[in-house]
Design a protein around this ligand. Structure first.
Ligand code: ADP
Length: 760
């Protein structure tokens, strides 16, 4: 059974209900008490009334009744019935027979007499039925019956109840209203607090502040506000901290994902150890390198133990541990399957310096070891091949130069004799062909030297004006013969003396000039030399710009790049006509680069080409003037020259050339002879071939110099005359004690100039 229980949630409602209940009980008691009092007093009034009526009627009725004058009795009754409050009147005689009646039907029996006063309803009205004896001097004459109407008492009681209830209700309502107001005033703060607390509970940590005040409820509000502010701030801090932590966690997770991806992608092994040197992480690369299955648990194992396990049969962990210890932080393992694994270790340190473990990396270096070995072998092979090539070139060059010297020299000699026109023409062709063959030979040698990085530039003082003028001068005759003008423009600001490699500079210029002449059939070739206009100022350095412009066939735009490549020519049909190897520009470009400059070309087919190059030279410290250019020799005037040379044709050539200039010549066939002859006779000059049977020129020179020292003889000038024309050959000659060097094949004039320079 469930009892209905009112849900009185608020204190206010409970107070209100209690107050109403108390009021209702009190008012009910009050009203019922008043009712009882009223009823008692009206009852007493009615009884008094009844008691007062009886003697009056007794007095009036005694006489007629005694006389049995019932008409008078009836008349008195009818008359008296008008008295207020009497419902009916009846008189009975002594025998109880009804003699008169008023207000009650005669036929109807009279109601029973009430033994005592009551307000019971009779025939729907409240009535007090009374019987009183009618006496005359104590003698009963009859009985008076009457009924008193009590309606007024009922009405009064009714009114009392109605008013009482109305007043009670009014009072209850009034006091309930007052109580409600009081309750509202009391509980509105509580309600606000409740709402604010509920808001906080729902997650709103900054509810609207509740009302504060100076009374105790106000203080409670202030305390609540302070508390909710503090809670709000604290929650704010917590939320911020939580957000920071979440961001940090996210960043960390990303970092972790990146690292994990990195470690997974790496093909070398990674192993992390904790501070107790126990494994905590390995990457897939590690498992692969060390043949560990994916599900093999590495946690907490020692590194030596892990590595030892991976070999089958397993290695001795102690041995592995020793290897790791011995080499401290770097070790190498030769696996049973032949692989070589290199291991490195690094401490893992936090930013505050705290060590949190150790990292080991493992790399399979088998392939790179093999590669390194192969590369070393390949390098050695290449070096051997390079050396073989260099020595091949040197030998080839020597072997070709020696007969070339004979051909050129002898042709020259033959041309100096009396010849008929046809012979002269043929010999001239031989001479020209030999010269061009020599040119090709020189080009190939130069190119391979530059390519092998074996060409060194000289740094000697030279007269720029002279060098350029002489070089251009060499082409004057050829140009004039072809009806082509040749102009030279030397900038006025050019210094005379500079330091550099005049021979190579001349070579570049010669190449450009001979090309220009080769490809120009009419017009002019202009050479210009000037300082580079916008060159960076470096103390002691001078950048020069050389230009060679021609009005020749020009070069097609698509060939401009190509012509600088070795062995390439713009037009092979032209080459057939003019000859050439296609090496000239390639060499020139490399030489220019070695002189810290560049070479370039602009050209319009049919109109001409402009080749330009820059070179960096050094300015000479001392002004020119001391170095006198070698004067063309006076005829030999009987000076005695020893020619040490094993090739008969070259012996003959030198002898003839020198004899023609008035020199006396003796011949030695090898070093041994040369030494003996020098000891026997004082020569003015020795021309010494380098390669000779029995004793070569170098050894002979050394011996001669040694003998001179010992015997105190005059030092004879010795000039190398050799087909070994590499720089190192020249140096070896000078080192052996020779004074100068002339390469084979030589031009007659060059040989004479050289001889003269050393005899004078
Ligand atoms: P080559 O020995 O053939 O002259 P170069 O390297 O000196 O070799 O020149 C390469 C090619 O460049 C030539 O064959 C020619 O086609 C072209 N060339 C060089 N100089 C000129 C020029 N002044 N006018 C036209 N063509 C030229």
């Amino acid at each position: 059974m469930t009892l209905w229980r009112p849900r009185l949630r608020t204190v206010r409602a409970r107070l209100l209900l209690a107050a109403i209940a108390v009021e209702a009980v009190m008012l009910t008691l009050l009203v019922s008490n008043s009712l009882r009092l009223l009823q008692d007093s009206l009852g007493a009034q009615a009884e008094t009334h009844a008691a007062q009526i009886a003697p009056v009627f007794n007095a009036a009725l005694v006489a007629p009744l005694a006389q049995s004058d019932y008409a008078t009795v009836q008349a008195i009754l009818d008359e008296s019935r008008a008295v207020e409050g009497i419902e009916y009147l009846a008189v009975l005689d002594r025998k109880g027979k009804l003699v008169a009646i008023s207000g009650w039907p005669r036929a109807k029996a009279l109601p029973a007499v009430d033994p005592r006063f009551s307000l019971d309803q009779k025939e729907r009205i409240p009535r007090y039925d009374v019987a009183r004896p009618i006496q005359l001097s104590g003698q009963p004459l009859g009985t008076l019956r009457f009924g008193l109407d009590l309606s007024h008492i009922i009405t009064a009681r009714h009114q009392l109840v109605t008013q009482g209830v109305a007043i009670a209700l009014g009072e209850i309502l009034l006091s309930a209203g007052l109580l409600a107001l009081l309750g509202y005033w009391l509980t509105r703060h509580l309600t606000a607090l409740t709402r604010a607390s509920e808001a906080v509970a729902r997650g709103n940590y900054t509810p609207d502040p509740v009302i504060e005040g100076n009374d105790d409820v106000g203080h409670l509000g202030a305390a609540f506000n302070a508390m909710s502010r503090a809670v709000g701030e604290r929650v704010g801090e917590l939320v911020a901290t939580r957000d920071e932590l979440m961001t940090l966690a996210y960043t960390l997770e990303q970092e972790h994902a990146r690292l994990a991806a990195l470690f997974s992608a790496m093909d070398f092994g990674v192993l992390f150890l904790n501070p107790a040197e126990r494994a905590i992480y390995v990457n897939p690369g590690f498992r692969q390198l060390w043949n560990l299955l994916d599900d093999f648990d590495i946690q907490g194992r020692e590194v030596a133990h892990l590595l030892a396990l991976s070999e089958s049969p397993p290695m001795d962990p102690e041995q592995v541990a020793r290897t790791l210890r011995e080499h401290d932080r770097h070790a190498e393992f030769q696996r049973a399957d032949g692989r070589v694994i290199s291991a490195h270790s690094y401490p893992v340190v936090m930013s505050d310096g705290q060590a949190i473990g150790r990292l080991w990396t493992f790399v399979d270096v088998t392939l790179s070891r093999l590669n390194a070995q192969e590369m070393l072998a390949a390098k050695e092979a290449a070096e051997a091949a390079g050396a073989a090539k260099a020595s091949f070139l040197a030998t080839m060059s020597h072997e070709i130069r020696t007969p070339m010297n004979g051909i050129i020299g002898m042709t020259q000699l033959a041309l100096d004799t009396d010849l008929d026109a046809e012979q002269r023409e043929y010999l001239t062709w031989v001479h020209t062909s030999a010269e061009s063959l020599l040119g090709i030979l020189n080009d190939i040698l130069d190119f391979s030297k530059i390519d092998a990085g074996r060409l060194d530039l000289e740094q000697v003082p030279f007269n720029l004006h002279e060098m350029v003028q002489q070089t251009v001068g060499l082409f004057t005759a050829q140009a004039g013969g072809g009806g082509i003008g040749l102009k030279l423009n030397l900038d006025a600001g050019l210094p005379r003396l500079l330091v550099g490699d005049p021979i190579r500079l001349r070579q570049i210029l010669t190449n450009l000039l001979s090309n220009a002449l080769k490809f120009t059939h009419q017009g002019t070739i202009s050479v210009r030399v000037a300082p580079v206009v916008n060159a960076a100022k470096v103390p002691g350095r001078l950048d020069l710009q050389f230009s060679v412009a021609d009005t020749g066939v020009g070069i097609a735009a698509d060939k401009l790049e190509m012509i600088f490549s070795p062995f390439s020519q713009a037009d092979s049909s032209i080459t057939r006509r003019f000859g050439g190897t296609g090496l000239g520009l390639a060499i020139a470009q490399r030489l220019v680069a070695m002189m810290d400059g560049r070479l370039w070309v602009e050209s319009t087919p049919g109109q001409g080409s402009l080749f330009q190059f820059t070179v960096a030279l050094r300015q000479a410290e001392k002004p020119a003037g001391t170095a006198q250019p070698a004067a063309i020799a006076e005829p030999g005037a009987g000076a005695h020259v020893l020619v040490a040379e094993d090739t008969p044709v070259n012996q003959r050539l030198a002898q003839t050339l020198l004899n023609k200039r008035g020199y006396r010549v003796s011949l030695a066939n090898d070093g041994v002879e040369a030494l003996a002859m020098c000891q026997a006779e004082a020569f003015d000059l020795v021309l010494m071939d380098m390669q000779m049977p029995n004793m070569d020129g170098l050894e002979a020179t050394e011996k001669i110099r040694a003998w001179e020292q010992e015997s105190g003889h005059r030092r004879v000038p010795i000039v190398a005359m050799t087909a070994n024309v590499r720089d190192e050959d020249r140096l070896r000659c000078l080192a052996s004690g020779m004074d100068d060097f002339i390469g084979k094949p030589f031009r007659a004039d060059d040989l004479i100039a050289m001889v003269a320079r050393h005899i004078l």
